[in-house]
Design a protein around this ligand. Sequence first.
Ligand SMILES: Cc1cc2nc3c(=O)[nH]c(=O)nc-3n(C[C@H](O)[C@H](O)[C@H](O)COP(=O)(O)O)c2cc1C
Length: 344
Amino acid sequence: MIDLHTEYLGLSLRSPLVASAGPFTGDLDKIRELNEAGVAAIVLPSLFEEQIEHETAEIDRLYTTHENSFGEATSFMPELDHYNTGTDAYLALIESARGIVDIPVIASLNGANIGGWLRYARLLEDAGADALELNLYSVAADPAIPGQDIEAEQLELVSLLTGDVGLPVAVKISPFYTSVASFALGLQDAGASGIVLFNRFYAPDLDLERLDVKPKISLSRPAELGLPLRWIGILREFLDLSLAGSTGVHSGRDAVKLLLAGADVTMMTSALLFNGASHVAQIEQELEEWMLQHDYRSVSQLRGAVSRDATADPAAYERANYIGNLTSYSSRFIAGQPIRLQSR
Ligand SMILES: Cc1cc2nc3c(=O)[nH]c(=O)nc-3n(C[C@H](O)[C@H](O)[C@H](O)COP(=O)(O)O)c2cc1C
């Protein structure tokens, strides 16, 4: 009997397979299907900083307009919490999801600037979320702001959030920090209970007919697993908080790799969009089969078995094997051997 149980953000999960924020987790029917397929927790799609700030500005504008017109205007203005906005729809989604599944429901906030939008975290908590995920999605495009200022603001934001809510907070980060390791330690010091490595940036494309920039969302491929794999392997030894591997998990073997590197959970969006919600059950089966074949009885036995600390060649997660890899690749190429596309 294989024990798939794991802990994430202090929550007890039946397995390490979590559905990350995406279209499926915003749909109640899909949430039911994911639950039936055995998913251990779901992360709802994000409520965005811009969305909250926009709504707040609209509400302020309404208040101001009426206040100017009537002396007692505020007495009949709707309370902020009951205002019928996108934010309300989000709170309703948390409540509905909570009502139909018993697995943990993690709400997600997406933004990177300190501001009034952060106070919505409390509403997500009140609506019944079991934990919060903060996605620090931002493109640092202003040349006047140095990287350390951006990081300092992000860490302060995490501190404010973790100080304000009673829920455990996971922070979803991009791989684009000069020192992912130092920033990760900063997140732990700021009170984060977990880090999700990594969010995936959507690069723009150019429309060659309209000569315009167009947004482009593409789904991940298994080859992208290497990035979270490297960083989870490196970070596991000096961080006490939970680590979630996200990006490129498409099979049970991908999940095994992240767990071996030291992840507490693995997350999926693209694989579910490609294969449907029932894919979770297949991944669980593949995970169990691999564990049986390799004599692992529990996920806790598996976790971190090949982290940097635990491996015979710690440098393999870093730069050292770079030269070796390049040399073997070049010599095969020069010898005329066909280079096959690798499937992980
Ligand atoms: C269509 C789509 C919508 C997404 N929406 C969100 C979101 O609202 N919030 C968020 O943090 N991540 C969002 N993501 C990112 C995923 O949660 C995940 O981090 C990313 O797709 C990489 O994981 P994967 O390789 O399993 O797809 C979205 C991804 C896709 C494809």
